[in-house]
Ligand binder design. Structure first.
Ligand code: UDP
Ligand code: MG
Length: 333
């Protein structure tokens, strides 16, 4: 068998899928069109991570895998959440570069050539930064912007604003990322933490093509708490300062009372001030304990050291199955 000396590079596209039956055919059509356009330079691996879908997406993905040699199917044993699904996809992606994209077409696959161009200029992480969000509520936008601003001020490394998970990672960045195995995964924080040369490409974020978002306000709130507590210990510091401020206040107020008693004698009424101080100190203590509890709970989860996800099945696409083309990689789960 004859082999050409210059091989085409593999470009993996990792797509987490959780109940996306309505959008999958359209998504696949659009990503395949992009793949066809770039076929001269790349073999595409379209890696669908089925994150425990229950709406028939699994069967659909199975059909797509047998019909299209570019499709890799990774079937998780249950719903592990988007962050774990992404991790599973990155662990199994065979590409020289890997693009992470949502299945709901909010991220336009047509942007991939631009991401690749920046990668060609030597950047390891090329994130797509949105100029505008269509089809999302004003409150959600406001909360997202406040969250980014907060993370910007308290976090250890800067997280680029207005970016989702849509981005391109070089093989080196994928390897770096695969070394971070924490369970409480705030992907945007992890992407930023690994460093390497990073740059942005701008785009307009569309509304969902079909189906509904898996997020509600409770979910977003939890994500924000998760993001903050898994990414920074700033709340613990805040608790320390709150305790310090309370103690200082108590000292000042105590001195005033003592002075007053010495100068003007014992003054029995004082129920109101007593209650206020008592309630405030009690509240501050509970808050601080609660913050410690959040971190303790996370430590509890991390110490169990469970795998981040479990697989039912892995069907590599043609390019990924050809082991002579893929480098041996870290395999951790
Ligand atoms: N997703 C997933 N597991 C989940 C929830 C979501 O794999 O538990 C996938 C989903 O199929 C989609 C992507 O993550 O491809 C983004 O989900 P969604 O559009 O609901 O989030 P949003 O765009 O509103 O942040
Ligand atoms: Mg979406």
């Amino acid at each position: 068998m004859q082999q050409s000396i210059t091989r085409k590079e593999i470009l993996s596209v990792v797509v987490p899928v959780f109940n996306e039956k309505e959008v999958l055919p359209e998504f696949h059509r659009r990503i395949s069109a992009v793949a066809a356009e770039m076929a001269e330079r790349f073999d595409f691996e379209i890696l669908y991570v089925n994150d425990g879908s229950s709406d028939g997406s699994s069967a659909l993905l199975g059909q797509m895998q047998s019909a299209d040699p570019a499709v890799t199917l990774l079937d998780l044993s249950r719903n592990f959440g988007k962050e774990a699904a992404l991790t599973a996809g990155l662990d199994h992606a065979a590409g020289d570069a890997v693009v992470v994209i949502d299945a709901d077409l909010q991220d336009p696959p047509e942007l991939i050539p631009e991401l690749v161009a920046k990668w060609g200029e030597g950047f390891d992480v090329v994130y797509a930064r949105r100029e505008q969000r269509d089809g999302e509520k004003a409150l959600k936008k406001l909360m997202a912007s406040l969250f980014y601003r907060l993370m910007q001020t308290i976090g250890p490394v800067k997280i680029p604003r207005d970016t989702g998970d849509f981005r391109l990672l070089s093989r080196r960045a994928v390897e770096s990322l695969s070394r971070l195995r924490e369970h409480h995964r705030f992907m945007k924080g992890l992407f930023a933490w690994i460093g390497h040369p990073q740059t942005a490409v701008f785009y307009k974020r569309d509304a969902r093509f079909a189906g509904t978002t898996k997020w509600n306000y409770k979910g977003l709130w939890n994500l924000a708490i998760e993001g903050i507590t898994s990414y920074t210990v700033a709340p613990l510091k805040a608790a320390t300062y709150l305790g310090f401020a309370t103690a200082t206040g108590a000292f000042v107020y105590g001195s005033i009372i003592i002075l007053k008693t010495l100068l003007f004698g014992i003054d029995v009424p004082g129920y109101a001030s007593l209650m206020v101080v008592l309630l405030f100190v009690g509240g501050a203590q509970l808050l601080a304990i609660g913050i410690i509890g959040e971190y303790l709970g996370r430590m509890f989860n991390e110490t169990k050291n469970r795998p981040l996800y479990l697989l039912n099945q892995y069907f590599p696409c043609e390019a990924a199955a050809d082991t002579s083309r893929t480098l041996p990689r870290r395999k951790a789960s």
